[in-house]
Design a protein around this ligand. Structure first.
Ligand SMILES: [Zn+2]
Length: 372
């Protein structure tokens, strides 16, 4: 997907878009201004058609943003951080910092997106209906109708009960609430996602030869859905294994700590020989944790430099470390940590005290222990 072009903030939420959005907007504007509008509303100037085409193409992405803002605002209301919204080729995505803790929260966060699209659709189609049907008013109404119909289609499509669509999350939430097991809901939504995605690929292939180029679009979206759902399906056994496991159950508790003023050599001499810990909080002058030193970082430096190098110089500073809580679901915490740039998390208890470290190894260790 590449990097996002930042578009600023809305209600405190970072908005970005992929460059592919400009391509699609340009393509839509061109098709509308050069083909659809002159046929549907004849007798106006090319400038009129282009103004309407560009406006409608941009408004399309604004309406996607409305959909994603729905997810983001409800998530925030449910106490889940939102790291931003990205618009890209196949729509938008609101990136949540953690997953919902209850089926109710998952349901509400998922269902609000299609509802927002449906509301946009109804408003736009109604506007098209009441606008006068002559001259530029007719053109404006035609553009509103195009956008309204697309929003209604998007609302319906997103409600298909197939992961990773919103309807897939709705299905997963319903099964979760009935069965009490989040993993069961995820597995069924993913299976359905694979089936729906493959059906779309088949449909897209069949439609490829025909006039309108919509086949390629269906094929791409279908392939995206099928691959995404397949990945969730493959991750499902691990998810089921660690369901209900909290960070406190799997973390590396009470790690040896390093004094910020010590050299790396001092620290290594203080370290018990048989320690299984790979990450060590670094304690500053005021007893506060200032960073995390890792065994990998130490190994990356020639041992000849250990006597001169202070632990604080080699440690990752706190700004780069993901802090997770003991009562957070383990999988959630690992996902957050792996999304950061240092693959080690610092674990704090609800009182804010550092009590351990955790990383993806904890997940593997747990899986191995459960299997044997
Ligand atoms: Zn959505």
């Amino acid at each position: 997907m590449g990097r996002d072009i930042p578009l600023g903030r809305l209600a405190g939420i970072k908005i970005g878009m992929n460059v592919s959005v400009l391509l699609i907007a340009g393509f839509n504007a061109w098709v509308l201004a050069d083909n659809n509008f002159p046929i549907q509303v004849p007798g106006l100037t090319p400038v009129d058609y282009w103004v309407a085409g560009v406006t409608a193409a941009l408004a399309f992405f604004a309406s996607l943003l409305v959909h994603e803002m729905g997810h983001a605002l409800v998530a925030r209301h449910e106490g889940i951080g939102v790291s931003g919204i990205s618009l890209w080729l196949l729509g938008g995505v609101a990136r949540l910092e953690s997953s919902p803790r209850t089926p109710g929260a998952e349901f509400r966060i998922a269902v609000v997106g299609p509802l927002a699209s449906a509301a946009c659709g109804v408003a736009l189609v109604s506007a098209a209906y009441v606008l006068p049907d002559y001259g530029r008013w007719h053109l404006a109404g035609t553009a509103a109708e195009w956008l309204g119909v697309i929003n209604l289609i998007l609302a319906g499509f997103n409600l298909l009960p197939a992961a990773p669509l919103d309807g897939g999350s709705v299905l997963a939430a319903l099964i979760w609430s009935r069965s009490g097991r989040q993993s069961t809901g995820k597995i069924w939504a993913a299976r359905s996602g694979v089936a729906v995605g493959l059906a779309m690929v088949w449909w897209g292939l069949k439609d490829m030869g025909t006039n309108d180029g919509i086949g390629l679009w269906i094929l791409m979206v279908g392939a995206f859905i099928a691959m995404n759902a397949w990945q969730s399906l493959r991750a499902a056994p691990l998810f089921a294994l660690v369901e209900g496991v909290r960070v406190a159950d799997a973390m590396y508790a009470d790690p040896p700590t390093a004094r910020a003023s010590d050299t790396v050599a001092d620290f290594l001499r203080s370290l018990p020989r048989d320690t299984h810990h790979q990450s060590y909080p670094v304690i500053g002058d005021h007893g506060r944790v200032t960073g995390v030193l890792t065994a990998n970082a130490i190994r990356a430096v020639p041992s000849s430099q250990w006597e001169a190098l202070r632990t604080v110089e080699l440690a990752f500073p706190m700004e780069r470390i993901t802090v997770v809580r003991t009562d957070e679901p383990l999988l959630n915490a690992i996902q957050r940590i792996d999304g950061g740039d240092v693959r080690t998390g610092l674990v704090v208890d609800p009182g804010g005290r550092t009590v351990g470290t955790v990383d993806a190894r904890a997940l593997r260790d747990l899986a191995d222990a459960r299997r044997s």
